[in-house]
Write a protein that binds this ligand. Structure first.
Ligand SMILES: [Zn+2]
Length: 303
Protein backbone atom coordinates (compact mmCIF):
# COMPACT_ATOMS: atom_id res chain seq x y z
CA UNK A 1 0.00 0.00 0.00
CA UNK A 2 1.22 3.51 -0.82
CA UNK A 3 -0.07 6.27 1.44
CA UNK A 4 0.25 10.01 0.91
CA UNK A 5 -0.13 11.98 4.13
CA UNK A 6 -0.92 15.54 3.08
CA UNK A 7 -0.62 18.03 5.87
CA UNK A 8 -2.28 21.41 5.22
CA UNK A 9 -1.57 23.94 7.95
CA UNK A 10 -4.53 25.94 9.27
CA UNK A 11 -7.22 24.25 7.21
CA UNK A 12 -10.46 23.69 9.09
CA UNK A 13 -14.05 22.86 8.26
CA UNK A 14 -15.80 26.23 8.06
CA UNK A 15 -19.25 27.54 7.42
CA UNK A 16 -20.90 26.96 4.03
CA UNK A 17 -20.64 30.72 3.45
CA UNK A 18 -18.70 32.18 0.54
CA UNK A 19 -18.47 35.55 2.32
CA UNK A 20 -15.97 34.13 4.79
CA UNK A 21 -14.87 30.73 3.46
CA UNK A 22 -12.65 30.63 0.34
CA UNK A 23 -13.37 26.91 -0.03
CA UNK A 24 -16.98 27.88 -0.70
CA UNK A 25 -16.36 31.03 -2.73
CA UNK A 26 -13.88 29.34 -5.09
CA UNK A 27 -15.25 25.81 -4.71
CA UNK A 28 -12.35 23.57 -5.78
CA UNK A 29 -13.42 20.70 -8.04
CA UNK A 30 -11.33 18.04 -6.27
CA UNK A 31 -13.33 18.23 -3.05
CA UNK A 32 -16.60 18.88 -4.86
CA UNK A 33 -16.26 15.77 -7.01
CA UNK A 34 -15.54 13.64 -3.93
CA UNK A 35 -18.17 15.14 -1.64
CA UNK A 36 -20.76 16.58 -4.08
CA UNK A 37 -20.49 19.80 -2.09
CA UNK A 38 -17.77 22.17 -0.88
CA UNK A 39 -15.53 20.97 1.96
CA UNK A 40 -17.27 22.56 4.96
CA UNK A 41 -18.71 21.55 8.30
CA UNK A 42 -22.03 20.95 6.51
CA UNK A 43 -20.52 17.77 5.02
CA UNK A 44 -20.63 16.10 8.42
CA UNK A 45 -19.12 12.65 8.83
CA UNK A 46 -18.90 10.63 5.63
CA UNK A 47 -17.96 6.95 5.58
CA UNK A 48 -17.98 5.16 2.23
CA UNK A 49 -15.84 2.71 0.27
CA UNK A 50 -14.03 5.36 -1.75
CA UNK A 51 -13.97 8.45 0.47
CA UNK A 52 -14.23 9.14 4.18
CA UNK A 53 -14.41 12.49 5.93
CA UNK A 54 -14.06 12.64 9.69
CA UNK A 55 -14.54 16.14 11.18
CA UNK A 56 -12.02 16.16 14.03
CA UNK A 57 -11.71 18.35 17.09
CA UNK A 58 -8.29 20.02 17.07
CA UNK A 59 -8.38 21.48 20.60
CA UNK A 60 -7.00 18.29 22.19
CA UNK A 61 -9.06 18.94 25.33
CA UNK A 62 -7.00 22.02 26.19
CA UNK A 63 -8.52 25.51 26.44
CA UNK A 64 -7.53 28.30 24.05
CA UNK A 65 -7.08 28.34 20.29
CA UNK A 66 -5.24 25.30 18.93
CA UNK A 67 -1.71 25.99 17.66
CA UNK A 68 0.74 24.47 15.20
CA UNK A 69 3.55 22.97 17.30
CA UNK A 70 1.30 21.00 19.65
CA UNK A 71 -1.28 20.13 16.97
CA UNK A 72 1.34 18.83 14.54
CA UNK A 73 3.11 16.89 17.29
CA UNK A 74 -0.21 15.22 18.13
CA UNK A 75 -0.79 14.40 14.45
CA UNK A 76 2.67 13.02 13.75
CA UNK A 77 3.35 11.17 17.01
CA UNK A 78 -0.05 10.13 18.37
CA UNK A 79 0.80 11.85 21.67
CA UNK A 80 -1.47 14.58 23.07
CA UNK A 81 1.30 17.13 23.31
CA UNK A 82 -1.00 20.01 24.31
CA UNK A 83 -2.32 18.06 27.28
CA UNK A 84 1.16 16.94 28.27
CA UNK A 85 2.41 20.54 28.33
CA UNK A 86 -0.87 21.93 29.68
CA UNK A 87 -1.21 24.48 26.87
CA UNK A 88 -1.08 24.93 23.11
CA UNK A 89 2.33 25.83 21.66
CA UNK A 90 2.61 28.10 18.62
CA UNK A 91 4.69 27.64 15.49
CA UNK A 92 7.95 25.82 16.32
CA UNK A 93 8.51 23.09 18.90
CA UNK A 94 10.79 23.56 21.90
CA UNK A 95 12.88 20.83 23.57
CA UNK A 96 9.95 19.00 25.21
CA UNK A 97 8.05 18.61 21.95
CA UNK A 98 11.25 17.81 20.06
CA UNK A 99 11.86 14.92 22.48
CA UNK A 100 8.36 13.53 21.88
CA UNK A 101 8.87 13.77 18.11
CA UNK A 102 12.29 12.07 18.31
CA UNK A 103 10.85 9.20 20.35
CA UNK A 104 7.46 8.74 18.67
CA UNK A 105 7.54 10.31 15.19
CA UNK A 106 5.45 8.45 12.63
CA UNK A 107 8.23 8.23 10.04
CA UNK A 108 10.72 6.91 12.60
CA UNK A 109 8.22 4.31 13.86
CA UNK A 110 7.44 3.11 10.34
CA UNK A 111 11.07 3.03 9.33
CA UNK A 112 11.95 0.93 12.37
CA UNK A 113 9.33 -1.53 11.19
CA UNK A 114 10.96 -1.75 7.80
CA UNK A 115 8.70 0.52 5.75
CA UNK A 116 9.96 2.88 3.05
CA UNK A 117 9.09 6.40 4.15
CA UNK A 118 9.91 9.86 2.87
CA UNK A 119 8.96 13.49 2.73
CA UNK A 120 8.31 14.96 -0.71
CA UNK A 121 9.10 18.55 0.36
CA UNK A 122 12.18 20.26 -1.07
CA UNK A 123 14.36 22.38 1.22
CA UNK A 124 16.37 25.38 0.05
CA UNK A 125 20.18 25.42 0.22
CA UNK A 126 20.18 28.16 2.84
CA UNK A 127 17.69 26.37 5.07
CA UNK A 128 20.32 24.60 7.20
CA UNK A 129 22.51 27.68 7.23
CA UNK A 130 19.65 29.65 8.78
CA UNK A 131 19.00 26.89 11.33
CA UNK A 132 22.71 26.77 12.21
CA UNK A 133 22.75 30.55 12.70
CA UNK A 134 19.67 30.18 14.93
CA UNK A 135 17.71 32.44 12.60
CA UNK A 136 15.32 29.64 11.89
CA UNK A 137 13.96 26.67 13.86
CA UNK A 138 12.88 23.30 12.57
CA UNK A 139 9.14 22.75 12.31
CA UNK A 140 7.46 19.63 13.66
CA UNK A 141 7.34 18.11 10.19
CA UNK A 142 11.06 18.71 9.60
CA UNK A 143 11.91 17.18 13.00
CA UNK A 144 9.70 14.23 12.07
CA UNK A 145 11.73 13.69 8.90
CA UNK A 146 15.11 14.21 10.55
CA UNK A 147 14.09 12.01 13.50
CA UNK A 148 13.75 9.09 11.09
CA UNK A 149 17.25 9.77 9.76
CA UNK A 150 15.86 10.63 6.33
CA UNK A 151 17.52 13.02 3.93
CA UNK A 152 15.73 16.23 3.07
CA UNK A 153 15.06 16.65 -0.62
CA UNK A 154 17.01 19.53 -2.10
CA UNK A 155 16.73 21.82 -5.12
CA UNK A 156 18.68 19.22 -7.13
CA UNK A 157 15.73 16.83 -6.71
CA UNK A 158 13.23 19.64 -7.23
CA UNK A 159 14.74 20.53 -10.63
CA UNK A 160 14.32 16.90 -11.70
CA UNK A 161 10.68 16.76 -10.57
CA UNK A 162 11.65 14.47 -7.67
CA UNK A 163 10.43 16.82 -4.93
CA UNK A 164 7.67 19.38 -4.42
CA UNK A 165 8.30 22.82 -2.98
CA UNK A 166 6.16 24.13 -0.13
CA UNK A 167 4.42 26.60 -2.47
CA UNK A 168 3.56 23.76 -4.93
CA UNK A 169 4.51 25.61 -8.15
CA UNK A 170 8.04 26.95 -7.36
CA UNK A 171 6.64 30.43 -7.89
CA UNK A 172 8.59 31.70 -4.85
CA UNK A 173 11.88 30.42 -6.27
CA UNK A 174 12.32 32.67 -9.30
CA UNK A 175 15.59 34.02 -7.85
CA UNK A 176 16.96 30.46 -7.56
CA UNK A 177 16.60 29.58 -11.27
CA UNK A 178 14.06 26.86 -10.55
CA UNK A 179 11.47 26.64 -13.33
CA UNK A 180 7.87 27.33 -12.34
CA UNK A 181 5.65 24.31 -12.94
CA UNK A 182 1.89 23.92 -12.97
CA UNK A 183 0.27 22.77 -9.74
CA UNK A 184 -1.08 19.80 -11.68
CA UNK A 185 2.45 18.80 -12.71
CA UNK A 186 3.51 19.11 -9.05
CA UNK A 187 0.72 16.65 -8.21
CA UNK A 188 1.96 14.22 -10.86
CA UNK A 189 5.51 14.56 -9.50
CA UNK A 190 4.17 13.92 -6.01
CA UNK A 191 2.38 10.75 -7.15
CA UNK A 192 5.60 9.40 -8.65
CA UNK A 193 7.33 9.80 -5.25
CA UNK A 194 4.38 8.28 -3.40
CA UNK A 195 4.38 5.18 -5.61
CA UNK A 196 7.99 4.46 -4.65
CA UNK A 197 7.34 4.50 -0.89
CA UNK A 198 5.02 3.03 1.69
CA UNK A 199 4.31 6.43 3.23
CA UNK A 200 5.09 9.89 1.87
CA UNK A 201 4.48 13.14 3.74
CA UNK A 202 3.88 16.47 2.05
CA UNK A 203 3.44 19.71 3.96
CA UNK A 204 1.71 22.85 2.70
CA UNK A 205 1.49 25.88 4.97
CA UNK A 206 0.54 28.85 2.78
CA UNK A 207 -3.05 28.29 3.95
CA UNK A 208 -2.07 29.30 7.49
CA UNK A 209 0.02 32.29 6.36
CA UNK A 210 -2.69 33.68 4.12
CA UNK A 211 -5.38 32.92 6.69
CA UNK A 212 -3.54 35.14 9.18
CA UNK A 213 -3.27 37.86 6.53
CA UNK A 214 -6.93 37.51 5.45
CA UNK A 215 -5.78 37.94 1.86
CA UNK A 216 -8.62 36.97 -0.51
CA UNK A 217 -6.56 37.50 -3.65
CA UNK A 218 -3.90 35.04 -2.53
CA UNK A 219 -6.56 32.74 -1.07
CA UNK A 220 -8.01 32.26 -4.55
CA UNK A 221 -4.58 31.24 -5.86
CA UNK A 222 -4.10 28.85 -2.95
CA UNK A 223 -7.43 27.16 -3.56
CA UNK A 224 -6.54 26.79 -7.25
CA UNK A 225 -3.04 25.44 -6.57
CA UNK A 226 -4.20 22.98 -3.93
CA UNK A 227 -7.00 21.80 -6.17
CA UNK A 228 -4.73 21.26 -9.16
CA UNK A 229 -2.09 19.55 -7.00
CA UNK A 230 -4.63 17.09 -5.60
CA UNK A 231 -6.28 16.51 -9.02
CA UNK A 232 -2.88 15.87 -10.63
CA UNK A 233 -1.85 13.57 -7.81
CA UNK A 234 -5.06 11.56 -7.82
CA UNK A 235 -5.17 11.16 -11.58
CA UNK A 236 -1.61 9.81 -11.60
CA UNK A 237 -1.96 7.74 -8.42
CA UNK A 238 -5.49 6.42 -8.73
CA UNK A 239 -6.07 2.81 -7.84
CA UNK A 240 -2.65 2.40 -6.37
CA UNK A 241 -2.59 4.82 -3.44
CA UNK A 242 -4.47 6.10 -0.46
CA UNK A 243 -4.47 9.76 0.51
CA UNK A 244 -4.91 11.02 4.06
CA UNK A 245 -5.37 14.79 4.14
CA UNK A 246 -5.43 16.61 7.42
CA UNK A 247 -4.57 19.75 9.35
CA UNK A 248 -3.52 20.92 12.80
CA UNK A 249 -6.19 23.60 13.38
CA UNK A 250 -8.59 25.86 11.54
CA UNK A 251 -7.68 29.25 10.03
CA UNK A 252 -7.97 29.51 6.22
CA UNK A 253 -11.66 28.48 6.21
CA UNK A 254 -12.67 31.71 7.96
CA UNK A 255 -11.07 34.81 6.45
CA UNK A 256 -13.28 37.06 8.61
CA UNK A 257 -10.76 36.55 11.45
CA UNK A 258 -6.98 36.64 11.37
CA UNK A 259 -6.51 34.06 14.11
CA UNK A 260 -6.78 30.30 14.19
CA UNK A 261 -10.32 29.02 14.73
CA UNK A 262 -12.00 26.46 16.96
CA UNK A 263 -13.45 24.68 13.94
CA UNK A 264 -12.93 20.96 13.49
CA UNK A 265 -10.30 19.98 10.95
CA UNK A 266 -11.00 17.52 8.13
CA UNK A 267 -9.43 14.12 8.16
CA UNK A 268 -10.20 13.24 4.57
CA UNK A 269 -9.21 9.78 3.44
CA UNK A 270 -9.51 8.75 -0.18
CA UNK A 271 -8.88 5.37 -1.77
CA UNK A 272 -9.28 1.69 -1.07
CA UNK A 273 -9.31 0.81 2.64
CA UNK A 274 -10.13 4.43 3.62
CA UNK A 275 -12.75 3.20 6.08
CA UNK A 276 -10.17 1.25 8.03
CA UNK A 277 -8.43 4.49 8.93
CA UNK A 278 -11.60 6.57 9.29
CA UNK A 279 -13.22 4.35 11.92
CA UNK A 280 -10.17 4.70 14.17
CA UNK A 281 -10.16 8.51 14.23
CA UNK A 282 -11.31 10.23 17.41
CA UNK A 283 -8.97 13.23 17.55
CA UNK A 284 -5.64 14.42 16.14
CA UNK A 285 -3.74 11.80 18.12
CA UNK A 286 -5.52 8.99 16.22
CA UNK A 287 -3.88 9.66 12.85
CA UNK A 288 -0.47 8.09 13.53
CA UNK A 289 -1.75 4.89 15.22
CA UNK A 290 -4.48 4.47 12.57
CA UNK A 291 -1.96 4.67 9.72
CA UNK A 292 0.43 2.31 11.53
CA UNK A 293 -2.27 -0.28 12.15
CA UNK A 294 -3.62 -0.19 8.59
CA UNK A 295 -0.14 -0.61 7.12
CA UNK A 296 0.62 -3.53 9.42
CA UNK A 297 -2.74 -5.12 8.63
CA UNK A 298 -2.05 -4.74 4.91
CA UNK A 299 1.23 -6.58 5.37
CA UNK A 300 -0.34 -9.44 7.29
CA UNK A 301 -2.91 -9.82 4.51
CA UNK A 302 -0.14 -10.04 1.94
CA UNK A 303 1.89 -12.61 3.92
ZN1 LIG B 1 -1.01 30.00 12.34
Amino acid sequence: MHILLVFIDGFGLGEADGEINPLVRFCPTFFHSLLQQPLTKACGRIISDEVCLVPTDATLGVSGLPQSATGQTALFTGINAAKKLGHHVQAFPGPQLAKIIAEQGILMQLQQQGYGVTSANAYSPDYFELVAKRRRRHSVTTLTILGAGLFLRSFAELKKGQAVYQDITNDMLSACHIPVISARQAGINLAKIVKKHDLTMYEYFQTDRIGHKQNWLKAEQIVQDLNDLLCGFWQEAHGDCMMVLTSDHGNFEDLSVKTHTLNDVPILIVGQDCQKIAVQITDLTSVTPAILSVMQEGDERND
